[in-house]
Design a protein around this ligand. Structure first.
Ligand code: AMP
Length: 187
């Protein structure tokens, strides 16, 4: 099974991705986690990505597409995987379609978590206190929400028009949202 989780920052993608991964027995590929790990280790990728991430901007498409091409080709992805945080732009979605066409794979569903912007800001600010992520500051949060509206929101129509979109209300407890996703996916 190949799933994509789409949603604005703070919608609970990472949390729901982990629940789905356990339930479906597939691996979670979080591009945010891959990048944060690279920054922590000071690899060339990390050095390249850090400034974009701290500002709340997107890391360039070609860098992200390269990461995904390499990652989904690994053995643990054979049984399926869940993409959390990728694609985030139309060029990334097109590159993914091209990659899957080449490798004979297909997306089963794109789950999008919806939430009001004021709720997202509240969640991100409280996560900043709990986790201390360097991009959870008010300025970066503003940029990330704007980037989502401009660059990522168009993907909702992209996948809707391809019959892949499953919309789920992201408001409520973690368990409530997990249950809604389960129902929406029909398993
Ligand atoms: P996330 O943990 O998914 O919120 O990602 C944290 C940050 O990593 C984002 O604000 C971007 O700077 C960067 N990032 C993660 N995934 C992508 C992607 N698919 N395209 C571009 N930048 C990304």
């Amino acid at each position: 099974m190949i799933l994509i989780l789409l949603g604005p920052p703070g919608a609970g993608k990472g949390t729901q991705a982990k629940i789905l991964m356990d339930r479906l027995g597939i691996v979670q590929i979080s591009t945010g986690d891959i990048l944060r790990d690279a920054v922590r280790k000071g690899t060339p990728l990390g050095l390249k990505a850090k400034d974009y991430m701290d500002r709340g901007d997107l890391v360039p498409d070609e860098v992200m597409i390269g990461i995904i091409e390499e990652r989904v080709g690994q053995k643990d992805c054979e049984r399926g995987f869940l993409l959390d945080g990728f694609p985030r732009t139309i060029p990334q979605a097109e590159a993914l379609d091209a990659l899957f066409a080449k490798t004979g794979k297909a997306i089963d569903a794109v789950v999008t978590l919806t939430a009001k912007e004021e709720e997202l800001v509240k969640r991100l600010l409280s996560r900043a206190e709990a986790e201390g992520r360097s991009d959870d500051n008010p300025e970066s949060i503003r940029t990330r929400l704007q980037v989502f509206r401009e660059k990522t929101q168009p993907l909702i129509d992209y996948y809707r028009s391809r019959g892949k979109l499953v919309e789920v209300d992201g408001l409520g407890t973690v368990e409530e949202v997990a249950e809604r996703i389960k129902e929406a996916l029909g398993n």
